[in-house]
Design a binder for this molecule. Structure first.
Ligand SMILES: Cc1ncc(COP(=O)(O)O)c(C=O)c1O
Ligand SMILES: N[C@@H](CCCC[NH3+])C(=O)O
Length: 427
């Protein structure tokens, strides 16, 4: 019986040392994805920048890899910004996103020297210009606009329909003009350009090409009709990965190259000159590098299902419950055995929807104590994990060349109690 190896290490050994549930990252795969993106996203007509979207997976260790790759970092909260700062990410390479950044978060960004704020709306622009003047801190801004593209992905991860909560619709040109003019009046705020992001887990190029065409047309109109000069354009992230054999994503390097070439071609056609083009991959950098290891516990047959229970669940990976996301899995210590039985792999959270893989083909020899591996769990698993049922967040290890290092320790019962208190409030 063969056992799965990750980064040159037998995963049963990893489970013995670290326990389960365990999230293992193959560090070399993360590095390959950064290299594929940065080396292929190049142009001799404009500068390019790959900006890693922290929301896919954030911790000091991954931010360290962002720094090593020379990439930028997209953060969406004070918490992600704080972690980036603590990890030594150069603050000028940080892009701060979000539709409702608080005054405290904006001040924090200004004080830490965050490079760019991606503005979402008019009220935020007003608040930022006031704060930048008060604190006398310079800041660059991009404005997030919404090109109104319906990407073929789950509705919860589609971000660019005409009534999306993110950004301003590009149809609202007067509103955009007034926001940009307000930013340009400020001595501290420097308007750089626009940002758009159309959704996530998009596996084909058409939607991105369409977004680029719409954005470049919009940039020309803003120049010709309103005298607004755009230097930078970010077309966001959203590049899909392979979760199951049905997913056929375009490799990240190819996608990056296609986007740079498409932008060159369309810029020439539309008579637009950009100084810089940015992409913001999250999932495609870390997703396929992640493996979730669970120990199989009890099993149970109902009239229609063979349940196989594991020692994690929706508290460490909410994606199947939230988006009906599909994953593939194996019994990691029975790799060569025929997969001759259909199981429903369920977690241990107190929720009927706590199903990790609805229909998994696995050997009928699967039994208590086996190790189940779920593939491609590196994005939006840990970062969306919760303490539901006071489940502790799993340990995370990075493996490479036969060596393993713990980068996030397992959350203990004591860790969870650290917020419990009993303090009288002064009313
Ligand atoms: C603004 C923005 N940029 C980048 C991303 C990263 O997306 P993905 O992880 O799908 O590449 C997201 C998430 O969808 C986003 O909202
Ligand atoms: N969290 C989502 C993607 C949303 C990305 C943020 N705009 C997922 O797990 O697929």
């Amino acid at each position: 019986m063969a056992t799965l190896e990750i980064g040159g290490i037998d995963c049963q050994r990893l489970a013995e040392i670290s326990g389960t549930p365990l999230l293992v990252y193959d560090e070399a795969k993360i590095e390959q994805q950064f290299t594929a993106a940065t080396e292929n996203f190049q142009s001799d007509q404009f500068e390019t920048e790959v900006v890693y979207a922290a929301k896919a997976f954030s911790c000091k260790a991954i931010f360290e890899k962002v720094r090593q790759a020379g990439a930028g970092l997209d953060v969406v909260s004070g918490g992600e910004l704080y972690c980036a700062h603590q990890a030594g990410v150069p603050m000028e390479k940080v892009y701060f996103h979000g539709n409702n950044k608080s005054e405290e978060e904006l001040k924090m960004a200004l004080e830490l020297g965050c490079g760019t704020i991606v503005l979402d709306n008019k009220m935020e622009c007003q608040r930022l210009t006031e704060l930048a003047a008060q604190l006398k801190k310079p800041i660059q801004v991009l404005l997030r606009v919404n090109p109104g593209i319906e990407a073929h992905t789950h509705e919860y991860i589609r971000t660019s329909g005409s009534d999306s909560k993110f950004g301003i619709s590009i149809a609202k040109k007067n509103e955009i003009k007034s926001l940009v003019s307000q930013a340009m009046l400020s001595d501290y705020v420097q308007f750089k350009g626009f940002h758009s992001h159309i959704g996530s887990q998009i596996t084909e190029t058409t939607a991105f090409e369409e977004a680029l065409a719409i954005m470049l047309g919009f940039i020309r109109e803003m120049r010709d009709d309103y005298n607004i000069q755009t230097r930078s354009l970010s077309i966001g992230g959203g590049f899909g990965i392979r979760y199951t054999a049905d997913d056929k994503p375009i490799p990240l390097g190819e996608m990056a190259d296609i986007l740079a070439r498409t932008c060159e071609k369309l810029s020439a056609e539309k008579g637009v000159r950009l100084e810089k083009l940015l992409i913001e991959p999250g999932r495609s950098i870390v997703g396929e590098a992640g493996y979730s290891l669970y120990t199989v516990g009890y099993s149970k047959d109902t009239d229609t299902k063979h349940f196989l229970f594991v020692d994690g669940g929706m508290s460490d990976n909410i994606r199947p419950a939230l988006y009906q996301a599909e994953y593939s899995c194996d019994i990691a210590n029975r790799l060569g055995e025929p997969k001759n039985k259909t199981y429903c792999v369920a977690g241990k959270n107190c929720e009927s929807g706590d199903i990790l893989v609805k229909e998994a083909e696995l050997p009928d020899t699967a039994r208590e104590g086996d190790l189940l591996v779920m593939y491609a769990t590196g994005a939006y698993g840990y970062s969306m994990a919760s303490n539901y049922n006071r489940a502790g967040r799993p340990e995370v290890v990075f493996v490479k060349d036969g060596k393993a290092r713990r980068v996030l320790r397992r959350e203990t019962y004591e860790d969870q109690l650290r917020l419990d208190t009993d303090e009288q409030l002064t009313i």
